[in-house]
Design a protein around this ligand. Structure first.
Ligand code: BGC
Length: 375
């Protein structure tokens, strides 16, 4: 009897995920009490962009643990160090290897159109994880944070810390340099747009000045969000504009995330800045290195995006699809896939973290153990 029920459940799951092409791979699970478990032991392909940033190691580990805890099997792959062709070949293998759903943080938001045609043909559900995937109608759902709002929060931090609203146009001015993420990452665009919405009026009035003159996203983008590249660009800006504690004043650096901020901080420390006179430096992710820099006064803020919540959101989305239900979404109209198709989105909350929040937000919540951040 049990095996008949198992077979029935397997068929229901196959129908719900529409994975007829991979039917032989789907097994109905047996719960500990010998009954049929509520979710299928479906294989979920999880494709992460790189192992070289803390963020994605955490996301991969959280996704694997959360999917496994919900009864799924997981094929977790990292695309080397942001290697587009490795990501495409992993996804190909996931499709042919019987995955029932794919959760993908794309290296390049525009490079998965071809490979995802295979997912669409096999009716495999695809969830864009953190980063929007463009130009693929295989991608129906997106689990992320409010990325434009994160850019706005970084810029608002600078605006408030420098008291730009109290500055007298034409008299008071502050210097800033801008750092954006990889051009192939759609999030980098949202962060930059959000930040520039806030900063542009002050740039227009001359209250904020970018001495390098580099203000477009293309001029400010750091390939692969790489810390070393970011450090090199900051070193170049320091030498070409004469920034330094005793030289030309630098009030702030808008950095889209922590991996960029770490390179910027290294360059500023090498140029002689100390915690006493450190320019404002923003960030995002609350990586351990940045949290330690905040504790030392060498980075001003970061944005905390709880990757545990994002992983759970991806699991909830898949589980809803398995149950034949529409996943919960809270941003139905915000994103389209570049071809006019809406991508149904759930945005998790994020929050600004400064030095004084580290204990309550990051340690008391169990996100970090004190030893992780040198406490
Ligand atoms: C993520 C950021 C991350 C960056 C670099 C972005 O897509 O949203 O959290 O810092 O990629 O990995």
């Amino acid at each position: 009897m049990k095996s008949i029920v198992s077979v029935l459940v397997a068929f229901l799951l196959i129908g719900a995920l529409g994975i007829v092409g991979c039917a032989k791979k789907v097994e109905a699970p047996i719960a500990d009490d010998g009954g049929v478990a509520p979710t299928g032991r479906l294989k979920i392909g999880v494709s992460m962009p790189t192992r070289s940033l803390q963020r994605w190691n955490q996301d991969g580990a959280n996704l694997k643990a959360s999917f496994e805890a919900a009864g799924y099997e997981v094929d977790l792959q990292y695309a080397g160090d942001n290697d587009v062709s490795a990501q495409i070949s992993h996804i190909q293998n996931m499709i042919s290897g019987g995955c029932g759903a794919l959760v993908i943080a794309a290296v390049d938001d525009n490079s998965l159109t071809e490979v995802l045609k295979g997912a669409a043909e096999a009716n495999i559900s695809v969830i864009a994880y953190d980063r929007l995937i463009k130009n693929s109608d295989a991608v129906a759902y997106y689990a992320t944070f409010d990325n434009e709002e994160i850019g706005r929060a970084q810029a608002t931090f600078i605006k408030d810390a420098l008291k730009l609203d109290a500055a007298v146009a034409g008299k008071d001015s502050f210097t800033i340099e801008l750092f954006a993420g990889d051009l192939a990452d759609s999030n980098a665009d949202f962060f930059f747009q959000g930040a520039m919405d806030v900063l542009q009026p002050y740039l227009d009035k001359g209250t904020l000045k970018v001495l390098s003159g580099q203000t477009t996203r293309e001029q400010c983008a750091i390939p692969n969000w790489n810390t070393g590249e970011s450090q090199k660009r900051m070193e170049g800006l320091i030498s070409s504009n004469g920034y330094g504690p005793e030289e030309t004043r630098l009030d702030a650096v808008l950095s889209a995330n922590d991996s960029l901020a770490n390179g910027i901080t290294n360059a500023l420390v090498d140029a002689g800045y100390t915690a006493d006179d450190f320019p404002l430096v923003t960030g995002q992710d609350c990586d351990t290195a940045s949290v330690q820099n905040m504790l030392k006064g060498l980075q001003s803020m970061s944005v905390f995006k709880d990757t545990r919540k994002l992983a759970s959101r991806a699991v909830l989305m898949v589980s809803s699809i398995v149950a034949g239900e529409e996943p919960e979404i809270n941003a139905p109209d915000l994103y389209d896939n570049g071809q006019g198709l809406r991508v149904l989105t759930y945005q998790e909350d994020s929050r600004v973290v400064v030095k004084d929040d580290i204990q309550t937000v990051l340690v008391d919540s169990g996100y970090y153990q004190p030893a992780d951040i040198g406490l």
